[in-house]
Design a protein around this ligand. Structure first.
Ligand SMILES: Nc1ncnc2c1ncn2[C@@H]1O[C@H](COP(=O)(O)OP(=O)(O)O)[C@@H](O)[C@H]1O
Ligand SMILES: [Mg+2]
Length: 242
């Protein structure tokens, strides 16, 4: 599945944070076409901050982000036109129905249904009335159907039922098999390791482990126990809607 092409995005000695204080330090990371890369870590480790810096939403305090082989200075909306897709938690327009969400995202309904046939019966339903899983299918359809080069996804499957998580991750894996590069921040460690080519573990703003899922399996318990508590709370509060 791996592509040996140039990295789509790279962080080199990146420091980024808020105000004068970096929360992510000396971070090196890259994502290449065709690979799914997982970014794991406890709540507050700096995962979202990292994604925001990669997308151009936060400016590096030190080091750099390289996008398509060049030092990146453009903000998120410009990178979006160049093929960078960002999916966060529930990024749908809740007042529009499903089909209008697709239309506003310039995505053909047929293409979205090809990816997620589950949405067919929900086309005329307000996106705010969809289940959490359906909303994330809609978000992901909007992102993937525009054929991005790179997907940055922040907790795509937060609080969703296991079968829905599988469904979303499989869609990302299949897109990567067709050439997409994906960087996934995920709480579902074992599930994401099943589909990832490479993994980074972030602890207190620093990468402490990097490798293939196979390399990391021996450390899985340690990785998971560092944030199981947070995960259990999140799942307990949101499961019911799916
Ligand atoms: N907008 C913000 N302003 C100030 N501090 C923030 C902001 N967002 C996050 N932080 C802090 O930065 C650190 C990393 O947060 P974040 O990147 O959201 O972690 P994660 O996504 O891994 O849970 C935390 O200590 C958090 O409190
Ligand atoms: Mg986060």
């Amino acid at each position: 599945m791996h592509d040996t092409g140039q990295p789509l995005i790279e962080a080199r000695a990146l420091a980024v944070g808020y105000g004068a204080q970096p929360v992510v330090h000396d971070l090196d990371l890259e994502v290449r076409p065709g690979e799914v890369v997982a970014l794991l870590g406890a709540n507050g480790a700096g995962k979202t901050t990292t994604l925001r810096a990669l997308s151009g939403d936060l400016t590096p305090m030190d080091g750099e982000v390289r996008w398509l082989g060049e030092a990146a200075r453009a903000p998120l909306h410009r990178r979006a036109r160049q093929g960078l897709a960002y999916v966060g938690e529930r990024t749908v327009f809740t007042r529009l129905h499903t089909e209008d969400n697709l239309r506003v995202g310039r995505v053909a309904t047929e293409q979205a249904l090809h990816l997620f046939p589950e949405l067919e019966k929900r086309l005329k339903t307000g996106a705010g009335m969809l289940s959490g899983g359906e909303q994330q299918m809609l978000s992901l359809a909007r992102a993937l159907c525009r054929a991005p080069k790179l997907l940055l996804a922040d907790e795509l499957s937060l609080g969703l039922a296991p079968l829905v998580v599988d469904r979303l991750l499989r869609a990302v894996r299949e897109a990567a098999d067709r050439g997409l590069g994906a960087l996934l921040v995920e709480q579902h460690v074992r599930k994401v390791l099943d589909i990832a080519d490479r993994v980074y573990v972030l602890q207190r703003g620093r990468i402490t482990m990097a490798g293939t899922p196979k390399d990391l399996r021996g450390n899985l318990d340690a990785i998971e126990s560092s944030y199981l508590a947070a995960k259990a709370t999140a799942e307990k509060t949101t499961y019911a809607t799916d």
